[in-house]
Design a protein around this ligand. Sequence first.
Ligand SMILES: Nc1nc2c(ncn2[C@@H]2O[C@H](COP(=O)(O)OP(=O)(O)OP(=O)(O)O)[C@@H](O)[C@H]2O)c(=O)[nH]1
Ligand SMILES: [Mg+2]
Length: 226
Amino acid sequence: MASVLLTARFATTVAKLAQLPEDGAAPEIAFVGRSNAGKSSAINALCQQRRLAFASKTPGRTQALNYFALGPGQLPPRAFIVDTPGYGFATAPIEVKRAWDQLAGRYLSQRRALAGVVLVLDIRRGLTDLDRTLLAWMQPDVPLLVLLTKSDKLGQAQRAAAMREAEADLRALQMPNPLALLSFSATRQIGLEEAREFIGEWLAGRVADADPGRAGDASGTGAGTE
Ligand SMILES: Nc1nc2c(ncn2[C@@H]2O[C@H](COP(=O)(O)OP(=O)(O)OP(=O)(O)O)[C@@H](O)[C@H]2O)c(=O)[nH]1
Ligand SMILES: [Mg+2]
């Protein structure tokens, strides 16, 4: 079956919490990560579109939550992919950093519609303190998929070592969330099918769930428990 991700189209840009769509109308998958980590490129690759999410050589371009709708175009969206502002770019003025905390931090910690979070890490950089700060905002029952992207930049041995290190760093946080890691590359198409499967399972768990609120069984599909 073709991935529902291939139906993605731009839906809306949200710059303030008050502008968020009704919470729970459809499940949401958020892509989070440092500025320039490769979030937008990962979304484009997973959805097989070149410029769905704007990918840029200028860090900090995505300064709002960008919503992409999934599902047949004539129906209400079945789910949303949400591209979030990258954090950690050196030149961000303090107001911008604060705005990020307000918007993305609250979104992550409060949004009931969240069916999963995809944390995008540059495999050459691994998990940083800023990522740890972000992970501390996560709600405990939301599954986490970590994409170690730009793995095309490393050889096999370095890639394996970086994966092991990232996994150890993540496990050390002792988060209650279901956790999975994938070696990934948007440019070289590494890990795409596996990532689509995780996202598909998260969404299947939500759609099958009669209670639109989170009943704690979104991870009952087995997603993320490897
Ligand atoms: N080699 C390689 N480059 C990548 C990959 N993914 C992204 N890039 C490059 O990394 C840069 C940043 O990618 P983006 O997708 O814009 O990163 P982002 O996380 O969305 O950045 P912000 O929106 O600023 O937070 C771009 O120059 C991309 O072309 C990858 O898998 N391999
Ligand atoms: Mg981006």
